[in-house]
Design a protein around this ligand. Structure first.
Ligand code: NAD
Length: 711
């Protein structure tokens, strides 16, 4: 065992086998140890060049190489730009020495290679990938607000062309399965074992003794042409325009920097292109958005998926047979994801017809998947066979988990649990998908409240990545551990919260919607309100979202909350707007009319009388302030959730807000937004106080946050 992160040895065929193996970490990253060792190894290889027939780079870890060192990158401050540039320039210079080695250099990528890991591969003359389950290849930096600064933008652009490289690899940061990576051309051939990656790599070396990169050979041209090529020049201006359209003005600098580095880099020589890429990389590293996104999509997600909220000491739980009660919109989707996980599913509704209608949802998804080549017919049919629709409780015999998704009524939910519990396994896990009813109250009406837990899915279930797990007062640790495993089993991200009205997600999204609707009460033009939410980075404009959720829902929740609050109840300026629209019969999308007009269920535009009905004549507005009000009100409500013990951890809040209720990704989530606000927590509190003075006490930050601001 070497104490170095990179080591090498010459094998009996005269091939240098370079092994990436950081002794201090479970995965290889581009940390100082890597840089130091890689530099030394390359120097030694250069000295031994004449005795070598080529170089194979492999890894001793489970993954090939994990990528950049995110601890270092996310701690870089605004003054660290020059140091970051120097560091990345050195990493690139090393890779450049490798690709100009004068002998064939092949990457035997015997596991997942993302970001910096793939960039090492791209600097090799040939890449052998591993065709195994779970292995992925790609440059996901954009999803962390960064760009591939280890030569990734420059090499992908020269390998695949500007348009192809940007769209398929760089702009969205897709993680490609091995077969897809091969089709795209970022991997050259596939092996089925680590040994075979090396055998194939060596065979390639033997057949290509004169290997060099295409861009280092005379007469090289970028596929699809350089930006000056008339065909490309004709379509290129559409790229930034499309990007702006997609981002709708949200402050996401990474895609723009990637495009600029690719296009500018394509007009100069290779080494200048690397420097241009470096400048755009540094610009992102020292900015706040990459810190926000790295915190959420790397550190927070890692903490959650690593099981920080799962009680220790319980065996992994995998259900065999799931009962899904209610085959409506939610139940149908839940049945699908359970069957997809490989579990038997009994889908129960009041009539066989209703249950079959629920199963038809899965049939539709499977048919679509088969048509698009995402799933084979055989696998699709096997999935459908797992779902048994029924109206008979007796068919629930043997089920070891129940997921209930009937109408939102305490009595009905308790009744269906009682009936099901007569036939299911005596220790079956009991889950409710209620979106508003307190779990403790539901559990009180049934036997075994310790086995009862909230499993709050989001619509559409097959697409939305989050499940909010809600612990009732009597929910046991064993139950929580099982619910956590179930959520990971259906490949969703679990957040864990304590019981409360609206839990965390429904409660916080309610404040966003109310804020948007209250702007209408201030006489602000509805189009401006929609624009403000899009510009903040929300995936759906606020009034459109309200229509989707239906306007009677906040009325119902308001009634319940008002009853619970008694004299402490404070009316919201949005209430009157919602009531007026409901009185006019405009209850939202499902009712065929709301803030918007609908024709055959399709949204066709804002209701033409919306402006006049609410006297929208106030044009003296600051769009940025409107956006901030939406982001602030959700952040403040989140702090209240912490103070009341509904939320326990920051990762749950950040990831829950982005994955569950569309809080803008660039913020890093609803807590990170406060932390990363200009001036930090104190800056946030100062701005919130301005909003409180202008718009009322709903913007009054909790004492806990004020204390943190002064600490
Ligand atoms: P839905 O009206 O589409 O479906 C409810 C289904 O329950 C219907 O098919 C109904 O026939 C069936 N049902 C009624 N009584 C039954 C009984 N005794 N036995 C079996 N089935 C019975 O409603 P939905 O939108 O799917 O919501 C279901 C639950 O999920 C609610 O508690 C809701 O609050 C919650 N939820 C909804 C959403 C959403 O976006 N719609 C999101 C999260 C949670």
């Amino acid at each position: 065992m070497s104490d170095k992160a990179v080591r090498w040895a010459k094998d009996s065929d005269g091939v240098a086998i370079v092994t990436l193996d950081d002794p201090n970490a479970s995965a290889n990253t581009m940390n100082d140890a890597y840089k130091q060792a890689m530099g030394e190894v390359i120097t030694e290889l250069e000295a031994a060049r004449d005795e070598l027939s080529g170089v194979v780079i492999t890894s001793a870890k489970k993954t090939f190489f994990a990528g950049g060192n995110l601890d270092d990158l996310s701690s870089a401050g605004p003054d660290d730009g020059p140091a970051v540039f120097e560091n990345v320039t050195e990493v690139k210079a090393q890779l450049r020495r490798l690709e100009k080695f004068g002998k064939p250099v092949v990457a035997a990528m015997n596991g997942t290679a993302l970001g910096g890991g793939l960039e090492i591969g791209l600097a090799c003359h040939h890449r052998v990938g591993l065709d195994a389950r779970g292995v992925v290849y790609g440059l996901p930096e954009v999803t962390l607000g960064l760009l591939p600064g280890g030569g990734g933008v420059t090499r992908i652009t020269r390998m695949l062309g500007i348009a192809n490289g940007f769209m398929n690899v760089l702009a969205q940061g897709q993680r490609h399965k091995p077969q897809k990576a091969l089709e795209l051309g970022i991997i050259d051939e596939l092996a089925t074992s680590t040994e075979e990656t090396i055998t194939l790599a060596k065979a390639w070396i033997a057949a290509n003794p004169e290997a060099a990169q295409p861009w280092d050979k005379p007469g090289y041209k970028i596929p699809g042409g350089a930006p000056s090529n008339p065909k490309l020049a004709a379509i290129l201006p559409a790229f930034p325009a499309n990007l702006r359209k997609q981002l709708k003005g949200a402050p996401m600098p990474a895609p723009r920097n990637i495009l600029a580095a690719a296009v500018e880099g394509a007009q100069v020589d290779f080494d200048t292109a690397l420097r241009i890429e470096g400048r755009y990389f540094v610009d992102l590293v020292v900015g706040q958005v990459s810190k926000n996104m790295t915190k959420a999509f790397f550190f927070d997600l890692q903490a959650i998926n690593g099981g920080k909220s799962r009680p220790d000491g319980y065996d992994k739980y995998t259900p065999r047979k799931a009962a899904v009660l209610g085959a409506g919109m939610m139940g149908a989707g839940i049945a699908y994801v359970c069957a997809q996980a490989g579990w038997e599913v009994v889908l129960k509704d009041v009539s066989l017809e209703a249950a079959e209608k629920g199963k038809a949802y899965s049939e539709g998804l499977v048919a679509k998947g088969v048509k698009r080549g995402k799933v084979t017919l055989e696998k699709g049919e096997a999935l459908l066979e797992k779902i048994t629709p029924t109206a008979d409780y007796n068919d629930l015999a043997g089920c070891d988990i129940v997921i209930e998704a009937v109408f939102e009524s305490v009595e009905l939910k308790q009744e269906v649990f009682r009936e099901a519990m007569k036939v299911i396994e005596p220790d079956a896990l009991l889950c409710s998908n209620t979106s508003t009813l307190p779990i403790t109250e539901l559990a009180a009406g049934i036997e075994r409240p310790g086995d009862f837990i909230g499993l709050h899915f989001f619509s559409p279930v097959d697409k939305m990545p989050l499940v909010e797990i809600i612990k009732g007062e009597r929910t046991s640790d064993a139950t929580l551990a099982k619910a956590f495993d179930v959520t990971l089993g259906i490949r969703k991200t679990p957040i864990v919260v304590n019981d409360s009205r609206g839990f965390f997600t429904s409660r916080v999204i309610g404040t966003f919607i109310n804020e948007g609707v209250s702007m209408l009460a201030e006489g602000i033009d509805p189009q401006t309100i929609e624009q403000a939410s899009s510009q903040a980075g929300y995936p759906a404009p606020v009034l459109q979202l309200m229509d989707e959720l239906t306007l009677t829902l906040p009325q119902k929740i308001r009634k319940e909350s008002q009853a619970a609050a008694g004299d402490a109840w404070v009316a919201h300026p949005a209430d009157a707007i919602v009531d007026t629209l409901v009185d006019l019969g405009r209850t939202g999308k499902s009712g065929g009319a709301g803030f918007y007009e609908y024709v055959d269920g399709k949204r066709v535009g804002l209701w033409k009388d919306l402006r006049s009905t609410f006297h929208a004549t106030n044009h003296d507005v600051d769009l940025h302030e409107l956006s901030e009000r939406m982001l602030f009100i959700e952040a403040i409500e989140t702090q209240r959730c912490f103070d009341e013990g509904v939320l326990e951890t920051v990762p749950d809040a950040n990831i829950g807000s982005i994955f569950g209720i569309g809080y803008p990704a660039w913020t890093g989530g609803v807590v990170q937004y406060v932390e990363g606000y200009p001036g930090g927590v104190a800056g946030f509190v100062k701005r919130a106080d301005e909003f409180r003075d202008k718009y009322g006490p709903r913007f009054d930050v909790p004492k806990s946050l004020r204390e943190r601001a002064t600490a």
